[in-house]
Ligand binder design. Structure first.
Ligand code: ZLV
Ligand code: CA
Ligand code: ZN
Length: 397
């Protein structure tokens, strides 16, 4: 924890309102806001708070959320409670609630929850705009599936779209990169008709043995935004569909090659990186086999482009590994190396003990969980890269 003073003129800011962590989606729901408590405790135990500016942002207001979302939808969101909801109500279903899977439950404090994580992303964007930070971090955000009038896939309000809209007030071009195991469909859709945002998502794509698509079922390599030449957003999306079990070396190579080409060609003024931790090995919902340092390699790679950078969270359903990853990535941002043995004065240390492998350490071997066979052949990946680079030609210089 010593020798980690802030380099002069280089600022990382951490935007976090601890009230988010007290919200519950329900006991059997995989999204656990208390993974944010674990993340914060790790960050503090390693002393990383001394290397960053810490902020406790206020919740976003109704009017701020209405910059992207429909007012009707927000009115519904701000009023619905577990006691007054009516599952047979047509608007309830059309706004993305209920249904068979109940991915987006109504829970106590829902409106407070969405305004807190969105307020943090907007404040982080604000800090980049005002040159108060080079990198601004909000691990509570990254809810990439939310649509302007519909909740989807655990996401009710799209804090990413709101933050990008904020960046667009001063930046001509914003690059959005998404390493969550799911396709960043909500962000892609929100900016499909503009050339001022380029969206790039890496994700699992395909069907399971029962013929069900991996959520949300979009994001094939052929989907690159509108192709209609009259649409300004033509070619400004790139999707990288991957198969189960992709490993560290493959992912790092793919990420560096494709992201590097996009940055070279698009020349963004700022970058937003969604760091969903469900792309790690051993995730409860994910299908990939990444280790924490391979995930962090993406953050390091993007940091090295030296553009104003907004880092946000996203998915991640094995809480102890989410916390490890986002703590590691916070350290990557400030340029610190962390010792593998977890600090002994760590609250909640029980959460990191008693694992088959990885008890008491920051960097367990997650590849060893061997939950998914790697069915990504090098030949297929090479084809993907070729196809991706071809897609980039559809974007007008
Ligand atoms: O990480 O799993 O697959 C950002 C994010 O990207 C579905 N929803 C829907 C469509 C039909 N299915 C339901 C299948 C449920 C399978 C069992 C769950 C168990 C309890 C609660 C939810 C799930 C679940 N739901 C697993 N995967 C889904 C996806 C939504 C994934 C959202 C990812 C969000 C935060
Ligand atoms: Ca993704
Ligand atoms: Zn996800």
């Amino acid at each position: 924890e010593y020798g980690m003073e802030k380099p002069q003129g280089y600022n990382v800011s951490f935007h976090y309102n601890p009230h988010v962590e007290y919200h519950h989606f329900g006991s059997s729901h995989p999204m656990k806001p208390w993974r944010l408590t674990l993340t914060k405790q790790l960050v503090l135990a390693y002393g990383l708070e001394y290397t960053m500016d810490l902020y406790e942002p206020r919740p976003a207001s109704f009017d701020e959320l209405a910059i992207f979302h429909d007012r009707e939808y927000l009115t519904f969101l701000s009023n619905v409670t577990p006691l007054n909801m009516d599952p047979d109500d047509q608007s309830y279903l059309s706004f993305g609630f209920g249904g068979e899977s109940n991915d987006c439950p109504v829970f106590d404090g829902l409106w407070n929850y969405v305004s807190l994580y969105s307020g943090a992303s907007m404040h982080a964007a604000h800090n980049l705009i005002n040159h108060q930070s080079n990198i601004a971090i909000n691990w509570s955000g990254g809810l990439h599936h939310a649509k302007k009038n519909q909740a989807s896939g655990f996401c009710y309000v799209n804090d990413i779209v709101l933050a990008i809209q904020h960046l667009l007030t001063v930046n001509q071009r914003v690059l959005y990169i998404d390493i969550d195991v799911h396709h960043g469909d909500g962000v892609e859709q929100a900016f499909e008709s503009t050339d001022r945002v380029f969206t790039l998502s890496y994700h699992k794509y395909g069907y399971d043995k029962n013929g069900y698509p991996f959520f949300p079922g979009t994001g094939n390599i052929t989907e690159m935004g509108p192709t209609d030449p009259s649409n300004r957003g033509k070619g400004h999306s790139l999707n990288i569909p991957l198969e189960d079990g992709i490993d560290d070396e493959q992912y790092k190579w793919l990420f560096k090659t494709i992201t590097g080409a996009v940055v070279d060609k698009y020349q963004p003024n700022s970058i937003v990186l969604q760091c969903g931790a469900d792309s790690l090995g051993g995730d409860r919902l994910g299908k990939f086999n990444l280790n924490i340092k391979a995930h962090g390699f993406c953050v390091e790679t993007v940091k090295n482009y030296e553009k104003p950078l907004l880092l946000i969270g996203g998915g991640g359903y094995t809480p102890r590994n989410v916390a490890r990853t986002w703590c590691h990535e916070t350290a990557v941002c400030v340029g610190a190396e962390l010792h593998n043995n977890l600090p002994t004065h760590l609250p909640y240390i029980q959460a990191f003990q008693g694992e088959e492998n990885g008890g008491g350490i920051l960097y367990p071997d997650l590849h060893n969980t061997k939950r998914h066979d790697n069915v990504n052949s090098q030949a297929k990946l090479q084809k993907l890269v070729t196809h991706a680079l071809e897609n980039l030609r559809y974007m007008e210089g």
